[in-house]
Write a protein that binds this ligand. Structure first.
Ligand code: NI
Ligand code: MN
Length: 227
């Protein structure tokens, strides 16, 4: 069975595995790159990497409309459940066998305050192992950290990495991240949404492929990749 990955722009990613639709960091309203409206996406599970508005996005509206369960850290899950959303709290380094696969929360070097200033705990990323044993790493917003090597040791089929700089890794550090993670394929995200994170992604993809031989999938918002 294959897994379908859709990039909706910025850090919003759809993962379809088996009969489950998973949405990561569902930021549609106010996202200048968004290829869909939050009213039009379907989800069984929502994954929120950290508390910032460009990641929490339309989580509450989508979760209430679809009945999806939100998976995030315990602090963000507490904040969401007080708004009537179904949640499953995890924490950094902890994994759980969900119906769609085994999901582990990973470390991220970033902040996590929620849009209203509430404590959003620590920022994270996600490592999904599908029932067919495909491994997909969504780094979340993060700077480069050496323990990406440990994540890479799991054997990644796909790494979804921020490259925009300013708030996260930029192109140079994202290239170093690729070398630590050694995934089979890469999708760069979190660039060109706003002027401060404008990057030449074509140039980055060429550097990655010439230095590592790893294929970079340059998606346009709305594009789908099958792995
Ligand atoms: Ni952020
Ligand atoms: Mn962000």
């Amino acid at each position: 069975m294959t897994t379908e990955i859709t990039w909706y722009g910025h850090a919003a990613i759809g993962i379809k595995t088996g009969r489950f639709s998973i949405l990561v960091d569902p930021f549609f309203t106010g996202n200048p790159q968004a290829s869909s409206k939050h009213e039009d996406v379907c989800a069984d599970y929502l994954l929120v990497s950290h508390g910032h508005g460009d990641h929490v996005g339309d989580t509450v509206a989508i979760a209430k409309r679809t009945g999806a369960t939100v998976i995030s850290n315990a602090e963000i899950c507490g904040w969401l459940s007080r708004q009537g959303v179904k949640t499953h709290g995890q924490h950094l380094g902890g994994g759980y066998h969900h119906p769609f696969g085994y999901l582990k929360m990973t470390f991220a070097l970033h902040g996590s305050a929620l849009p209203d200033g509430s404590n959003g705990g620590n920022p994270g990323g996600f490592l999904l192992t599908t029932p067919e044993n495909q491994k997909i790493y969504c780094a979340g917003d993060t700077g480069l950290f050496g323990d990406m090597r440990l994540i890479g040791e799991e054997g990644l089929d796909l790494a979804i990495l921020p490259i925009g700089d300013n708030y996260t890794m930029g192109p140079d550090d994202a290239l170093r991240a690729v070398k630590l993670l050694s995934p089979k394929a890469i999708i760069p995200i979190h660039y060109n949404t706003f002027p401060v994170i404008k990057q030449d992604v074509q140039d980055w993809a060429q550097r990655v492929t010439s230095e590592t031989g790893i294929s970079v999938h340059l998606l346009k918002p709305g594009d789908l990749l099958t792995i």
